[in-house]
Design a protein around this ligand. Structure first.
Ligand code: ATP
Ligand code: MG
Ligand code: MG
Ligand code: MG
Length: 568
């Protein structure tokens, strides 16, 4: 590729709404351009990286025996009514109508459609197992789209769905996907960790998330450095570990946080019977009264029945607090946003909410050291994470093999054991060897393709720009000729090297734009191409080129003939 025939546009400054480094650098490097909140154009340079990521995912999915198909972005509401998700999903689901006033939606995920395919196409045990996957546009009307394409509203996901005869089969399919994901994230050159997770809105029996470790991650992970234990802090299990350790205190401060529910919402909710505006729930223990559900936060995407009260150890009975009780307990009406002191000791046992929860309330004692109550969600502020570190530091881990630590992560993949949640509600059955009808046992597996770009940058950058891992860089090598338009010697050498590298299968871009060296180098360092070769008359006279990896601090002279070997 010659730069003059490609599209390159870099910016000196990132736009004001770019908060984290990956968003800033993607904007400055001209990879993406914002069209609306959470909606981005993938510009040519960014699309190249997306295609690379997709390529690796596709290869590994195929290697694992999955079969690619493509399901419509626009899906009829009827299928989603069959599983109940049409009503169950809140405003994150983008609903639209056609000219005949019929209901449709833009897919946020595709369990319903793929199960519809399975029930029509799969009749016999002989056709199982099968794993269908697609790499397709998704839309989720996120409450807080941010960080560029890391949390977009429109984004690209690889989603796969396995169908098996029985639970054992599903576990085999799940294990294959787990292995494929591990290979994918290794090939992408990322530092990642698989953690136990909650199934959230999607339902099913068990799941694990893959997190890219980064300080800017929206999730918090409890892990043990000396064993395999790792769990998303959202899980009841991880929270109860923390809560068990936290000492109950007399005084609890409710810390107001951005995005917390408004007073009116909460008050309104408490007067209403439970409905689907409930966003999240705190399960709290009153030391005197025993386990009970204490506080509710409202306005969300999910229904109460997603709350896995049964998952909370020791919680056999729960009920909802009335407004009067909340006033009695906290000395203030529900939803009060300032600091309050509780009249009674409060220990949160666990918070089981939904994966997408973004409101939370957290309690810490007056010294701010021991966390006595937490309702986890997005945007966990750093002081709270620091508290958590104090609380659990030195705690034995659940597997008895070490102590727990907390780090932040970016969820880039999620694998679920779905079981028969969808096949039963949609009657996706097959005939077994005895001719009996059985529900197919499903798993589903997502990877955030576009989110991965942001996650990779969060791990690979310096003050000059992006440092793409070679496997997903838009180009592997950039050739920077000094005077392409002025010097025949330079132009001929550059063109020749370009040909050689290209025919060796290396993706090379020749910068023939005629930029001054400083501007040219700054652009490529910002864009993050892993190798740069500078071609100048002086070096050429000695048969040398200047070679520098993006991770090197300085360039070295390399004989012309050896450049190809350096980058393969
Ligand atoms: P999150 O907790 O970040 O909201 P999720 O748990 O809702 O993600 P899943 O339903 O598990 O997401 O979807 C599979 C994958 O899709 C996620 O692991 C993530 O990598 C990606 N993904 C989800 N939401 C977004 C988004 N708004 N923008 C970009 N990628 C996303
Ligand atoms: Mg999640
Ligand atoms: Mg989500
Ligand atoms: Mg998830």
């Amino acid at each position: 590729m010659k730069a003059s025939q490609f599209f390159i546009r870099t910016l000196k400054e990132a736009p004001a709404d770019a908060e984290i480094v990956s968003h800033k650098l993607m904007m400055r490097a001209g990879m993406i351009r914002k069209l609306g909140a959470g909606i981005y154009n993938y510009m040519p340079m960014g699309l190249k990286v997306i295609r690379k990521v997709e390529g690796i995912i596709r290869e590994e999915m195929n290697r694992a025996g999955a079969v690619e198909l493509l399901m419509p972005v626009v899906q009829p509401a009827e299928l989603w009514q069959e599983t109940g998700r049409w009503d169950k999903m809140g405003p994150e689901l983008l609903r639209i109508k056609d000219r005949h006033d019929r209901d449709f939606l833009i897919q946020p995920t595709s369990e319903e459609v793929v199960t519809d395919i399975a029930r029509h196409e799969i009749k016999s045990y002989k056709q199982l197992p099968v794993n269908f996957y697609q790499i397709q546009t998704k839309f989720r009307d996120e409450r807080r789209p941010r960080f560029g394409i890391m949390r977009g509203r429109e984004f690209c996901m690889k989603d796969a769905y396995s169908f098996d005869r029985d639970v054992e089969g599903m576990q085999v399919s799940y294990a294959k996907m787990f292995e494929a994901y591990t290979r994918i994230f290794k090939r992408l050159g990322l530092n990642f960790r698989a953690v136990n997770a909650d199934n959230g809105a999607i339902g099913g029996t068990g799941s694990q998330e893959f997190h890219v470790i980064a300080e800017t991650g929206e999730d918090a992970i409890a892990y043990c450095p000396t064993s395999d234990y790792a769990a998303n802090i959202e899980t009841a299990e991880a929270l109860s570990l923390i809560a068990n350790r936290a000492a109950p205190t007399q005084e609890v401060t409710l810390v107001p946080t951005p995005g917390q529910s408004k007073c009116e919402d909460l008050a309104k909710f408490l007067k209403l019977p439970l409905d689907k505006t409930v966003k999240s729930i705190v399960l709290a223990v009153d030391q005197e009264a025993g386990p009970q559900l204490f506080l509710l936060l409202v306005r969300g995407d999910h229904e109460l029945n997603e709350v896995k009260a049964s998952k909370v150890p020791g919680l056999t009975d729960f009920r909802f607090a009335t407004e009067a009780e909340i006033i009695d307990y906290f000395g203030t009406p529900p939803g009060y946003l300032g600091p309050v002191k509780t009249k009674k000791p409060l220990t949160v046992v666990a918070d089981r909410t939904v994966a997408q929860m973004s409101d939370f309330v957290c309690g810490a004692n007056q010294e701010g050291h021991h966390l006595t109550g937490v309702n986890w969600g997005r945007d966990l502020p750093e002081p709270i994470i620091a508290d958590l570190r104090n609380v659990i530091a030195g705690d034995a881990s659940p597997d008895g093999k070490g102590t727990l630590e907390i780090c932040r992560g970016i969820e880039v993949g999620h694998v679920f054991q779905l079981g028969t949640r969808y096949s039963e509600s949609m009657n996706a059955v097959y005939l077994d060897e005895k001719g009996q009808s059985q529900p197919m046992v499903m798993g589903c597996y997502g990877i955030g393709v576009t989110r991965l770009l942001g996650a990779a940058i969060e791990q690979c950058f310096d003050d000059r720009g992006i440092m793409w891992p070679v496997s997903i860089a838009p180009f592997q090598v950039v050739l920077c000729p000094m005077g392409y338009d002025r010097s025949d010697m330079v132009r001929e050498a550059a063109d020749k090297l370009y040909q050689e590298l290209t025919s060796a299968g290396i993706e090379v871009i020749l910068d023939d734009r005629g930029e001054r060296p400083g501007a040219m180098f700054a652009d490529w360092e910002l864009i993050g191409v892993p190798y740069r070769v500078v071609i100048g008359e002086r070096g050429l006279k000695e048969g040398q080129l200047e070679f520098q990896a993006r991770t090197d601090t300085e360039a070295t002279n390399v004989p012309v003939a050896e450049v190809a070997n350096k980058v393969i």
